[in-house]
Write a protein that binds this ligand. Structure first.
Ligand SMILES: CC(C)(COP(=O)(O)OP(=O)(O)OC[C@H]1O[C@@H](n2cnc3c(N)ncnc32)[C@H](O)[C@@H]1OP(=O)(O)O)[C@@H](O)C(=O)NCCC(=O)NCCSC(=O)C[C@H](O)C(=O)O
Ligand code: MG
Length: 285
């Protein structure tokens, strides 16, 4: 499936060191997995995690789930070795943490060649250079790192995420301008379903493609919130039908449920139907 066309409702982090979790993920209804070598892995476990992850990916069994490997930064003692190992692991993409500029992506691409790169957007410098990062020819996706971002901004975690809004907005603008995927940051309180749902809804309404997750219990909520609902699909179908009928009569505008429908609304309606189809196709694989 084309990388841009596939769903990214649920993107689950799995520590590369945790064999049990790596195994369990083969049966989980996630759209994508981030196999982590960075912050979820302790310093003592770094080398083992690389080997454990390589073995899990070589064994396979992850089906249609997109496989993304997050390496350590190239300015760390593990980064270069991780990057070389990822080339051998042959995932769908490599994820670079704490990206500050397009130069960081150039440095990684020198090692990983044609492998698509995703960028963790989680530093103030990265926010200010979001556009040049999104425009990089190897860049395929943004992952918001809201924990690191909050740390560097010295801001507080709030339910409305007001202190993060400028950063989320900058990255959304850059991602949409360059047609790259963007998934929202994690919700740390993994036992708080209501809080997670509310933050998923906020991200979805802002234009995020999905949510990064830290625990399997979060998957169902993200899948539900980021999928078009039955009502969305029904409305999209009726908008397309009404517009085509209006067009056949030589009119440029239709009315559905008391609201105007123009060609731009039809484009959105078609995207909703395409997303629903992509989700159905993924579920049937
Ligand atoms: C958060 C956790 C530490 C909780 O772990 P634990 O207490 O073991 O959870 P449970 O006992 O409830 O686990 C139940 C079963 O589910 C499996 N499990 C748990 N987590 C995962 C997972 N992420 N993927 C797959 N499977 C998972 C357990 O193995 C249990 O299975 P079983 O033995 O059969 O019962 C833990 O969930 C965890 O480590 N999560 C990942 C944390 C992580 O990846 N952190 C780094 C990413 S977040 C980040 O860095 C954000 C960004 O950079 C930023 O700056 O914001
Ligand atoms: Mg981070």
């Amino acid at each position: 499936m084309d990388m841009r066309a596939r769903p990214y409702r649920s993107v689950l982090y799995i520590p590369g060191s945790k064999t049990r979790a790596l195994d369990k993920a083969r049966g989980m209804a996630v759209d994508a997995i981030i196999f982590d070598l960075e912050d979820a892995v302790s310093v003592e476990e770094k080398a083992n995690a690389r080997a454990t992850l390589a073995a899990a990916l070589s064994e396979g069994g992850y089906g249609p789930r997109m496989r993304i490997v997050r390496i350590n930064g190239l300015d760390t003692e593990w980064g270069h070795q991780d990057a070389r190992a990822v080339v051998e692991m042959r995932p769908d993409a490599v994820l670079l943490p704490k990206v500050n500029s397009a130069d960081d992506l150039d440095a990684l691409a020198e090692i990983t060649g044609d492998l698509p790169i995703w960028a963790m957007m989680e530093t103030p410098q990265g926010m200010l250079r979001a556009e040049e990062i999104a425009a990089h020819p190897k860049l395929a996706g943004f992952v918001m790192g809201t924990n690191d971002l909050a740390k560097d901004l010295q801001c507080r975690f709030r339910a409305d995420r007001l202190p993060l809004m400028a950063s989320l907005g900058l990255c959304l603008l850059a991602a949409k301008a360059h047609g790259v995927v963007i998934v929202d940051g994690v919700y740390n309180a993994f036992k708080d379903d209501d809080g997670l749902r509310s933050e998923c809804q906020q991200g979805r309404d802002m234009g995020m493609d999905g949510k990064t997750l830290i625990h399997p219990a979060q998957v169902a909520i993200a899948n539900e919130v980021f999928a078009p609902s039955g009502e969305d699909i029904d409305l999209a179908g009726r908008q397309i039908a009404a517009f085509e009928e209006a067009e056949a009569k030589g009119q440029g505008v239709a009315v559905v449920d008391g609201r105007i429908v123009e060609n731009l609304h039809v484009a959105t309606a078609r995207e909703i139907l395409a997303k629903a189809e992509a989700i159905a196709a993924l579920s049937s694989e």
